[in-house]
Design a protein around this ligand. Structure first.
Ligand SMILES: [Zn+2]
Length: 62
């Protein structure tokens, strides 16, 4: 399963249906998240981590 598919599953499991993908970026509630592989090894880890991407917002505010 691709990282993107795993991220999609994670989001849907959280009950969020209002999201979309912009290339490999997950867009949710107006925020952009970079999808990263997670290798923490914790039992409940689904192997994917969403990192909030504030770069674009920061540029707008400057
Ligand atoms: Zn993890």
């Amino acid at each position: 399963m691709s990282l993107k598919a795993r991220a999609q599953e994670k989001v849907e499991r959280a009950g969020i249906s209002n999201y979309s993908f912009d290339q490999d970026i997950l867009v949710m509630c107006g925020n952009r998240y970079t999808i990263e592989l997670c290798e923490c090894g914790e039992p409940e880890c689904d192997g994917v981590r969403l990192r909030k991407n504030a770069t674009a917002i920061g540029r707008v505010l400057q």
